[in-house]
Design a protein around this ligand. Structure first.
Ligand code: SF4
Ligand code: SF4
Length: 106
C-alpha cells in the first residue's frame, strides 16, 4: 500500500490544484480528500478492472466508491459536477500510476 501512496503523492499531489508549490496538500482539517479517504477501495477497484477503456474504470469507481461517498445523492455528485473532487479530477492519472507501480516502472 505504501508504495502506491508514495507514487500518488509524488505524481498526483504534486500537480493537484489543492497542493502548494512544494506539492503539500492545502486542504484544511474540515476538508477531506477522496483520494486519501478511499485509497484502499480505489486500489481494489483499479485491480478489479481489466480493460483498455478508461471509461470502464470510471464506471467501476462510481459503483464501488462514489456510492459510499456522502457527496453523492441519487447518482449525482455536486463536487464532481463542479470539478471539485480530486479523485474524479485525477482518476485517469491515478489508474495510470497504479498500473505503473504494478509493472515496477515507478
Ligand atoms: S487534495 Fe488529495 S490529491 Fe490533492 S494534494 Fe490534497 S491529498 Fe493530494
Ligand atoms: S466524485 Fe463525488 S461521490 Fe465520487 S468520490 Fe468524488 S466527491 Fe465522492
Amino acid at each position: 500500500m505504501d508504495k502506491y501512496l508514495k507514487a500518488i503523492k509524488e505524481n498526483v499531489c504534486s500537480i493537484c490544484v489543492d497542493s502548494n508549490e512544494k506539492g503539500f496538500c492545502t486542504l484544511n482539517a474540515k476538508e477531506t480528500c477522496a483520494v486519501e479517504l478511499f485509497f484502499p477501495q480505489i486500489l481494489e477497484t483499479v485491480h478489479s478492472v481489466d480493460s483498455k477503456k478508461m471509461q470502464d474504470y470510471h464506471d467501476k469507481l462510481r459503483e464501488t466508491v462514489c456510492v459510499k461517498c456522502r457527496a453523492q445523492e441519487d447518482g449525482n455528485c455536486y463536487l464532481r459536477e463542479d470539478a471539485n473532487c480530486s479523485l474524479d479530477r485525477y482518476f485517469s492519472l491515478i489508474v495510470e500510476i497504479i498500473h505503473k507501480v504494478d509493472a515496477g516502472k515507478i
